[in-house]
Ligand binder design. Structure first.
Ligand SMILES: [Fe+2]
Length: 190
């Protein structure tokens, strides 16, 4: 896995959908910090960072009318948008990325309670990088500015994540709140 390929994919996403690329960069930062707290090896940290940075790269393949819209998706549109995990997986596997990186991308919308997509995997059957990225993804989505709303205060985001316990790996969520969110709040205050 060459960094030039990782960066190329990132820059294509940036050109295609700036908001998604910025979101990916934030998710990579949060995921990396969570991986650090978990004591992952340097090889795993690199893989996790790449998987998180490219977790939404499949959005490159979505039509503009869905990528740029600020309204709610219809049921049919939602199904098309959900394909971004398949497009991402296919893109990364064709470029020779490792299975763990591909799994992180493919499974980042799975939920711990089995109600996610695309495979409906449950609990620890969801690969670790997918479980980590899912938490970082939700946190950034809530605390970032969206075209239709202002960023949510961190305390509210924590409450929402905390109340969606079935969605996330609780052990990881606990560490995320304790280490990553605390660090984030310190940065905001400094
Ligand atoms: Fe996604």
């Amino acid at each position: 896995m060459a960094w030039s390929v990782v960066l190329s994919l990132y820059y294509v996403l940036l050109a295609r959908d700036r908001a998604s690329a910025i979101h990916c960069r934030n998710v990579a930062k949060y995921s990396y910090n969570l991986g650090c707290s978990l004591g992952l090896s340097s090889k795993e940290m690199k893989e996790l960072y790449v998987a998180a940075l490219l977790h939404d790269c499949g959005k490159i393949g979505l039509p503009d009318r869905l990528l740029k819209t600020t309204r709610k998706y219809t049921r049919w549109e939602k199904q098309i948008v959900q394909q971004h995990v398949v497009i991402g997986r296919n893109l990364l596997s064709s470029l020779g990325f490792s299975k763990d990186v591909i799994d992180g991308v493919y499974y980042h919308h799975e939920r711990y309670d089995g109600l996610g997509y695309k495979m409906g995997l449950q609990g620890n059957n969801i690969p670790l990088y997918g479980r980590i990225i899912a938490i970082a993804d939700a946190f950034d989505a809530l605390t970032s500015k969206r075209p239709y709303r202002e960023p949510m205060p961190v305390i509210e985001a924590i409450q929402i994540l905390n109340n969606s316990k079935g969605q996330f790996d609780l052990e990881l969520l606990k560490i995320f709140f304790h280490d990553v969110v605390e660090k984030y709040m310190k940065q905001q205050c400094s």
